[in-house]
Design a protein around this ligand. Structure first.
Ligand code: ATR
Length: 272
């Protein structure tokens, strides 16, 4: 049986083993997928050990995505640009290929699963950390009319926007620089898990606009509740993105694309 794993810290509550077990059952591909805790200084060594013990590949989550980017011998376009890797492929020759499927995950969830068209839309992205960096290129490739990155620390947003400026109409600033109306507001800060909300001006969500929280929880997050209160057409959380990024990793490893809808429904039911 081929072996896979997800490395992170913390990792105990990761849903990835469950998701990949459901994909494996659905596709009839036998594989083993476990959650492995790495200590901060030991990530690279732990991945090497897993490779040597006949692992075929792994996922990487917080806080090791940038270290995984450094560790990979070759990178996908998205991973190179994001400077973050969430999927490693261990090749026959012992080298490692690094990909980033987070952005594909959110775009598929928005467009395929929920039927939202991003092309020509005004997008507001909250946060300027690793989570946001990882999704910027695929979001810009949908050709939104504009994408504004707003962050508590304004300089991080302007720097991030400058890094991706060749890929589309992207700019950045502090929360106080949020101006006008948006068709889609995406939360990429961790704040909403603590019940915290970025300071957003009332009325910044356009009529018919939607909201998306990259986080998720058993109960609606603070940002999902905010979206509902603003009259969002759809106020979504990030569980769909989680399943879609996993499906893309599964595809990279096995060449088979799982049907994500039943897996997402199952996960949602188990979350409650
Ligand atoms: P991640 O990899 O999860 O994105 P990160 O790189 O530490 O983690 O980035 C966390 C993001 O959440 C940042 O954009 C951070 O804002 P700062 O750059 O100003 O630190 C944002 N964030 C965290 N807590 C927040 C809060 N309480 N209110 C607003 N933004 C917050």
């Amino acid at each position: 049986t081929d072996r896979y794993a997800v490395f992170g810290n913390p990792i105990a509550h990761s849903k990835s083993p469950r998701i990949h077990a459901l994909f494996a059952a659905q596709t009839g591909i036998a594989l083993e997928y476990s959650a492995l805790l790495s200590e901060p200084e030991e990530f690279a060594q732990d991945v090497m050990m897993f490779l040597i013990s006949e692992g075929k590949g792994c996922n990487v989550t917080v806080p090791f995505k940038q270290e995984a980017w450094e560790l990979a011998d070759e990178l996908s376009d998205y991973a190179a640009r994001a400077q973050a890797v969430n999927t490693l492929v261990f090749r026959e020759d012992g080298s490692m290929f690094g990909a980033n499927t987070d952005g594909i995950g959110i775009v598929r969830d928005l467009q395929q699963n929920h039927g939202l068209v991003l092309q020509g839309k005004r997008i507001l992205l909250l946060g300027a950390g690793g989570a946001v960096r990882g999704v910027l290129q695929p979001l810009l490739e949908t050709q939104p009319a504009s994408l504004f990155i707003a962050n508590r620390t304004a300089s991080k947003a302007t720097e991030l926007a400058a890094d991706f400026a060749t890929l589309g109409k992207v700019s950045g600033g502090g929360f106080e620089a949020i101006n006008g109306q948006f068709d889609l507001i995406i939360n990429g800060t961790a704040a909403s898990l603590q019940g915290d909300l970025p300071p957003l001006p009332d009325g910044c969500l356009a009529v018919g606009g939607s909201t998306y929280d990259m986080m998720y929880a058993a109960k609606p997050t603070a940002f999902v509740e905010w979206g509902k209160a603003q009259g969002a057409l759809l106020a979504l959380d990030g569980l769909g993105m989680l399943v879609e990024q996993a499906a893309e990793a599964f595809f990279i490893w096995r060449g088979v694309r799982p049907d994500t809808a039943p897996v997402l429904a199952q996960l949602r039911a188990e979350l409650a």
